[in-house]
Ligand binder design. Structure first.
Ligand code: ATP
Length: 246
């Protein structure tokens, strides 16, 4: 790999309720400034992997019970979610989860709760509006009434508020029309060129492989394939099972 790993998972196992082993010893990396795609079908353990990284797993009665997660050279496995946000990892969850009764701007403010001051939050909101101009137009709108694509942009904006170095995205294209999915991935490409590193979980394999440099395919808690995005995109099994080509 051309640049050093920003995030490294080393042989991670993750469990729910001390009994359901959802992730069975996986290793993966996101390089500095890179974009890694984590692919695979329903229930493969992709969301659990992201929750293990961001520490949200602990709040869902889960835990990383073996292996190591290293971010920027420091071990973060076992660190609580709030501290992981402060270290520079932002997790944009599946299903968008807008604070529906609040405005777009209030949603952004909520994403900045780890910032030091109101002044810093205001600066950061301005950065988000510059980066995602559509959100500036929507700033006073009630989040619950936005379209799916607008809500996805908003939660990405909310995720940017904490000044992340790495953003974890869980199914950003879920339920969106192809044109809107394109807009979302164009936004992600912009963020990446601004220096943000990305780890994207997607069922839209095609869209994810277009933006990623590295990809992993998961099945029932294990990584069954890994390589450069081009290698994975040209793999016969991936083409047949995930891209619908032959
Ligand atoms: P999807 O796209 O459907 O979310 P996924 O690849 O993200 O799939 P996970 O959500 O990580 O898969 O689920 C992996 C396994 O862990 C599944 O068997 C699932 O039933 C189980 N699981 C997920 N969340 C919990 C939970 N909160 N408690 C117990 N088991 C869970």
């Amino acid at each position: 790999l051309p640049s050093p790993a920003l995030l490294e998972l080393k042989n991670i196992e993750a469990m729910y309720n001390g009994i359901v082993l959802a992730v069975k010893g996986i290793s993966l990396a996101v390089r500095q400034g890179g974009c890694t795609a984590l692919l695979g079908g329903n229930g493969a353990g992709k969301s659990t992997t992201l929750k293990a990284i961001s520490g949200i797993l602990l709040a869902e009665n889960g835990e990383v019970n073996s292996g190591e997660i290293v971010f920027g050279g420091e071990r973060i496995s076992g660190v609580v979610a709030d501290r992981i946000v402060r270290r520079g990892i932002s997790h944009v969850m599946e299903g968008r989860r807008p604070l529906s009764h609040l405005t777009v701007e209030q949603n952004l403010v909520a994403g900045g709760s780890t910032l030091k001051s109101g002044a810093e939050a205001r600066q950061r909101i301005e950065y988000v509006y510059q980066t995602i101009p559509r959100l500036a137009d929507l700033r006073k709108r009630t989040a619950g009434y936005l379209s799916g694509g607008e809500q996805q942009m908003m939660v990405i904006g909310r995720g940017l508020m904490s000044k992340p170095k790495l953003m974890l995205l869980d199914e950003p294209s879920l339920g969106l029309a192809p044109k809107i999915t394109e807009d979302i991935f164009a936004l992600l490409a912009t963020l990446r060129s601004d220096g943000l590193s990305l780890l994207i979980v997607e069922q839209n394999t095609r869209a994810a492989l277009k933006i990623a440099d590295t990809a992993y395919v998961m099945e029932t808690g294990r990584i069954v394939m890994e390589g450069s995005a081009e290698e994975i995109a040209s793999n016969e099994d991936v083409r047949e099972f995930y891209l619908g080509l032959d």
